[in-house]
Ligand binder design. Structure first.
Ligand SMILES: NC(=O)c1ccc[n+]([C@@H]2O[C@H](COP(=O)([O-])OP(=O)(O)OC[C@H]3O[C@@H](n4cnc5c(N)ncnc54)[C@H](OP(=O)(O)O)[C@@H]3O)[C@@H](O)[C@H]2O)c1
Length: 333
């Protein structure tokens, strides 16, 4: 099968069009024939050797953590999917299986879901990793409930787009950041307070909006985009969730201040880890997917590029200012 592969960690120039064997699905796995893979920020970090999980997978390596397409065939224990079903996949990379920048990939059945009936496959391809990360950070880690005040840093990215809508769906009040060109977009997601991080002081805006502090901060940007004393903006007993970005972590914040205020500062992946990696983020993901199914949550805007154009696509994502998603078109299915 055709796949975009690398033989070394490095820059986006490492990619080449390769011919890889199709990996047969194990008893509990689904083999997906991909129409689109999405480009997640983790993908360029994986290509650069920053993702320890995949750094052990060996070369030649197929990068990519999710896709949308149709079921080709299923393992003997799989009952919920059959050949021809339209599906989205969180991939099998957490099991050490090859990634999704390829015509075929496998995933444990828990990490596969049917495409919501009202969506095209390309629309659905925007969903998997971004929605799973947003939902798990909100439900498993921050444990957000109706009436909570939540600040989400990075409202216009794919995690932010799903996160804001899911928070509103759960009944939370939401503040979020973006740059000037994305103000209307982020407001349109239902955000109660939109902060232009290029022009406003985030702490001042948040203090005016939530004088007693917010219940949770979800940081989907990292890289010191928030002040180290952000825990001072959070109520005692509250939480700051750093969505794992592999560049900076919870220690970018003043942890002594957090401890004094009884605020927890955590990494979403470490905090939500499950004994069986196949179940990681899955329950929360399915709750968000149910809201997409009913039409309450909309998918982000997206740009389609060809699989062979992966280097340019990853460079754009690495630049950090994509609104919504970039999808790689793999095949008509
Ligand atoms: N561990 C997990 O479970 C997991 C899963 C998925 C993603 N992630 C991580 O979560 C992060 C977000 O992922 P994503 O897919 O949402 O990324 P993304 O879609 O590439 O995010 C790009 C967006 O970030 C915004 N942005 C850039 N700098 C900002 C700043 N200083 N303040 C506010 N917004 C800013 C940009 O908006 P402007 O153009 O307006 O600046 C752009 O719309 C990444 O670091 C990714 O690696 C982790």
């Amino acid at each position: 099968m055709k796949a975009m592969m690398i033989d070394h960690f490095g820059g986006s120039g490492e990619f080449y069009v390769g011919d890889a064997p199709i990996v047969e699905p194990a008893a509990d796995e689904v083999l997906v024939r991909a129409a689109y893979a999405s480009v997640n920020p983790a993908d360029w970090k994986c290509r650069a050797g920053l993702l320890p999980l995949l750094a052990h997978a060996g070369f030649p390596m197929i990068v990519g953590m999710d896709c949308a397409g149709v079921v080709e065939r299923v393992g003997s224990d799989v009952v919920d999917f059959k050949s021809g079903d339209r599906v989205i996949s969180l991939s099998g990379v957490s099991r050490g299986k090859p990634g999704t920048y390829a015509e075929f990939s496998t995933a444990p059945q828990q990490r596969v879901a049917h495409v919501p009936a009202h969506l095209t496959i390309e629309e659905a391809a925007t969903i998997p990793i971004a929605a799973a990360s947003a939902a798990s950070s909100i439900i498993d880690v921050a444990k957000v409930k109706s009436g909570d005040t939540v600040f989400l840093n990075g409202g216009s990215g794919s995690v932010g787009t799903f996160g804001i809508q899911f928070l509103r769906h759960l009944g939370a009040r939401v503040a979020a950041t973006c740059s000037t060109r994305n103000l209307d977009y982020v407001r349109g997601l239902g955000t109660d307070l939109v902060i232009d991080y290029t022009r406003e002081d985030i702490a001042t805006a948040l203090r005016a909006w939530a004088p007693d502090g917010v219940d949770s901060v979800i940081d989907a940007v990292g890289q010191n985009s928030l002040p180290a004393d952000t825990p001072a903006l959070i109520k005692g007993g509250g939480i700051l969730v750093c969505i794992q970005n592999l560049l900076t972590g919870p220690d970018a914040f003043n942890l002594d201040l957090a401890a004094k205020r009884n605020v927890r500062v955590v990494d979403n992946v470490v905090e939500a880890r499950t004994p069986d990696s196949s179940n990681f983020q899955v329950s929360a993901f399915r709750q968000l997917l149910a809201a997409i199914d009913t039409g309450v949550i909309k998918v982000p805007p997206y740009e389609i590029m060809s699989l062979e154009d992966v280097a340019r696509a990853q460079d754009k994502v690495e630049d950090g200012h994509v609104r919504g998603k970039i999808l790689l078109k793999i095949a008509e299915v």
